[in-house]
Write a protein that binds this ligand. Structure first.
Ligand code: NDP
Length: 240
């Protein structure tokens, strides 16, 4: 069945792979991004998937953005909250701005976007909400108190949304990727990356497509009995 799926931060990296996987699964996909028009245009050119620009950290922008998407493409039945940023630094040096930016973009965004679609999903009796968290939200990470807090926060948020909406046909789940070879990871110094790969039992970085396939499953009708769960995809680096 063709459904409309909205993927935040879907123009690059993991989000782009998720958008492609959902499209291959037969969904009508729309992606969002924040500022990189060039990447968005290239993505749309390659895939035919339209991209809309707004800041997921801004509540009103999310309300207006979702309304625009729904007017053009129909009700959003699948929401993937993927957009995220890092502003790393040890806590004793972390600025309030870096704390706020990471919490707002990685966690408050999930509230903003989910709030914008949840009533429609409840009314229609179907919905799939999928958050992209991180291994570092599960185990903590030096230099990422802000990011780990935001990514761990997504788990409690999702379990609550899952409980509130289970009887309305709406599931909510978390995917927690380990280290995936994207631009975000390319920013990690090479010697640090070597150490990280040494800690991954399968001895490689993950691929964005491996996250895309998992999200496509959670978005499917077949996953109707999966809700409130966290799927770790990390090559065995952290087992919970
Ligand atoms: P990228 O940096 O490659 O892409 C981020 C995407 O999010 C871009 O499309 C970007 O838009 C968009 N974005 C960022 N901030 C905002 C905002 N405020 N409003 C709207 N869109 C925004 O990220 P990755 O693909 O590496 O990561 C995707 C998700 O996966 C993130 O949540 C990340 O935390 C998580 N993750 C990544 C891992 C990895 O190894 N890469 C590991 C574990 C989790 P624009 O292009 O316009 O900037």
């Amino acid at each position: 069945m063709t459904r409309t799926a909205l993927v935040t931060g879907g123009t690059r990296g993991i989000g782009a792979a998720i958008a492609r996987a959902l499209s291959e699964a037969g969904h009508q996909v729309v992606v969002t991004y924040q500022g990189n028009d060039e990447a968005a245009a290239a993505f749309t050119r390659d895939t035919g998937i339209p991209a809309s620009k707004w800041d997921v950290a801004d509540f009103e922008a999310c309300e207006a953005g979702v309304a625009g998407v729904e007017a053009e493409h129909g009700p959003v039945d699948v929401l993937v909250n993927n957009a995220g940023i890092t502003r790393d630094g040890t806590l004793h040096k972390m600025s309030a701005e870096d704390w706020d930016a990471v919490i707002r973009t990685n966690l408050t965004s999930a509230f903003n976007m989910t709030r914008a679609v949840i009533n429609g999903m409840r009314d229609r009796g179907f919905g799939r909400i999928i958050q992209i968290s991180s291994i570092n939200g599960q185990k903590g990470q030096m230099g990422q108190a802000n990011y780990a807090a935001a990514k761990a926060g997504l788990v409690g948020f999702t379990k609550s949304v899952a409980q509130e909406n289970a009887r309305r046909g709406v599931t909510a789940n978390v995917v927690a990727p380990g280290y995936i070879g994207t631009e975000m990871v390319a920013a990690v110094p090479e010697n640090v990356l070597e150490k990280i790969i040494g800690q991954i039992p399968v001895n490689r970085l993950g691929e964005a497509e491996e996250i895309g396939q998992a999200v496509a499953y959670l978005a499917s009708d077949a996953a109707a009995f999966v809700t409130g769960s966290t799927l770790s995809i990390n090559g065995g680096q952290y087992m919970v």
